[in-house]
Each structure stands twice: as structure tokens, then as C-alpha cells.
Design a protein around this ligand. Sequence first.
Ligand SMILES: [Zn+2]
Length: 360
Amino acid sequence: MKTRMRAPKRPASRVRGQYAREPRSNFVSGNRLALLCLCIAILFGVLWTPSPIPNAPASPPFEVVDLPGRGKGLVATRDIKRGDLLIREAPLLRIPQQITSSPTALLSSLLSALPAASLSAFFALSAVHLPSSPDPDPLDVALAIVQTNAVAAGEGHIGVFPTMARLNHACAGAFNAVYSWRAGEGVLVVHAVRDVRRGEELLTTYMDTKRKREDRRAYLLGQYAFNCTCATCSLAPALSAQSDARLEEMAALYSQFASWGGGAIDGRAAADIARRIWALGEAEGYVSERGRLAGDVVWVAAAHSDVEALRAWGALAEEWYGYELGRESAEVRGVREAVARPAGHAAWGTRPGMAIGGGP
Ligand SMILES: [Zn+2]
């Protein structure tokens, strides 16, 4: 049976795989123009003036600062409310996740088409696992920058975004900003998922952090070469063990919840699991992904023709999608449509009628 149930949204990539660094010899002479452009940009550090993006915050509520021992980061310059739009920007580069040609050849071609100012912004980004040579090939540097900073940017694509790339990482309940790609507008938006006080650092997450501390830290060290010292990773042992147990239970429950798609559990059981995930998130301070969770329960409610549950979960989905993805997002519009016309929902009546129960 058709289902829209998906795994929770992840900040999919900071991708490797296809963009794993290639041997220097793969760089071919046809890339000289790009190389020249790169060198000019690096040497002269052209000042970067981003092109205006419609509806971007006129005065961003943060500044880019140097953080001792941690490179650059974004720090709030005023109090921020949950749901506030923080960043809205077009990619410097947007590239397919799977390619058949050489990654450096593709990068060379894309970079050579960039204005000098954008090129400069690109090469100002940091990279882990930089080439060790004292005189590295700029395209190897470019590849390392993509590997470090690229994030999911629509179906099958990744992108590099100059401001978003300055967001540092925190785990579980410690991150306060979430990014998402707007396919219809070709921009990335970043919203606050909790209130942030002036002077606090804005933090997003580079991975699905519903894992125990030891696993999170090992992954982050391997992939990004840093020891995570976020508030969740810094908990005292007893509290950290409780946090680990909650996060691992949430991950297991998400898998059980998704099994409704294959018919392994019924709608009432799926809604019970969603309520348990919600409660665990409350205890952990992990409020990300709630819009998607409630939106998926709307789907379940529609399938079982439970209008009352659809409306209750629909209100939650609208609220939390609104915080995380924006009140004008396609997801919020979709939920409003479902609440207004339950019987018009794509899943309506595709499972036996059943009262699944309202939200938490
Ligand atoms: Zn952490």
C-alpha cells in the first residue's frame, strides 16, 4: 500500500562517497581557466557582496565571530524567538549527489562559472581533511570544502551555502537552528527551533543525533575532526546515561512507527508510539522533527478515516512545521489543506476505519 511514511528528516550530507578526494593526477589541463580564477580570488580576497534574496532577514539577528579553538561561528545579536527565520540564501554551488564524471572536473567547471566574489566566499570556508601538501591543488582544496560544508539541497543534490556553513554543531537538545531546502524557490532557509538569547551561539546539527554520546562523538571525530563538547555531550555521567537511553529509545520508536507503512502495526499503535516519542523529546529537550512526526500521524489518521485525530495532529504539524520549516512552507500548506478537506487527503480511507487518538 502506498505510504508517505519516511525516516525523520536528516541534514543528509556533508557528503563523502562520490566526492571523496581524487588523486592529483586526475586534474587535467583543460581546467586551467578555473585554476587561474581560483588563484586570483585567493590572492586578492575579493570582498563578497551577496546578491539579495527575496524575504531574507533585512538585518540578520547574528554576527559571524571567531570562537577560540573552534574557528568561526554565528552568535545571536538579539533575542530570537522559536520559529524566527535566521538565514535565507542561494547556494554558491549546487551539484548532483551521484555523478559519473570526475568530481574535480565538475567542480572546476562550476567554479569557473562563478563570479569572483562568490568564488572568494567559497574559498573562505573552512575544510577538514585538507590536502597535506604545502602547495595544494586549488581543486583539491575545493573538494575538501565541499566535503566539509555541503548539505542536502533537494532530491539527489547537495549544495554549499556560505552563511549556513558557518553554523557549528550541537547534539540532541543542544542545537537551536534547523535548515531546509525550498525546492520551489531554490534557496536554503534556517529557522530557530527554540528561543535563543542574545549572545548565545546559533547551532545546528550535522547528523542524526538520536544516538548515544559515545557513538555521536566517534562519528563527529571521524567525519569532522572535532570532539563535540556541546551541552548534551558535556552532561555528567549519570545524566548522560539517561540522555543516551532516551535518544536510543526515540530512534527505536521511529523505526517501529515507520513499520505502519508495511502494515506491521495498526494506526492506534502508530499514534501511541508517536505520543511516546513526543514525551521522550520533551524530557530530552529534543524538539526537532516534531512537525514531520505530527505530519506523518496526519497521514495515518487520514488512512484510517479518523477526522478528529487528523485535525488534532494537523494542528500540531502546522505549529511545529511552522517553527522548523517556516509558516509559509509547502509542508504547512499541505497540512492546512488536509485539515480543511480530510476526505481529499491522498491516503484517505486506504486502511480500515479506526480511532487512533489525538495528540499528546
Ligand atoms: Zn555533542
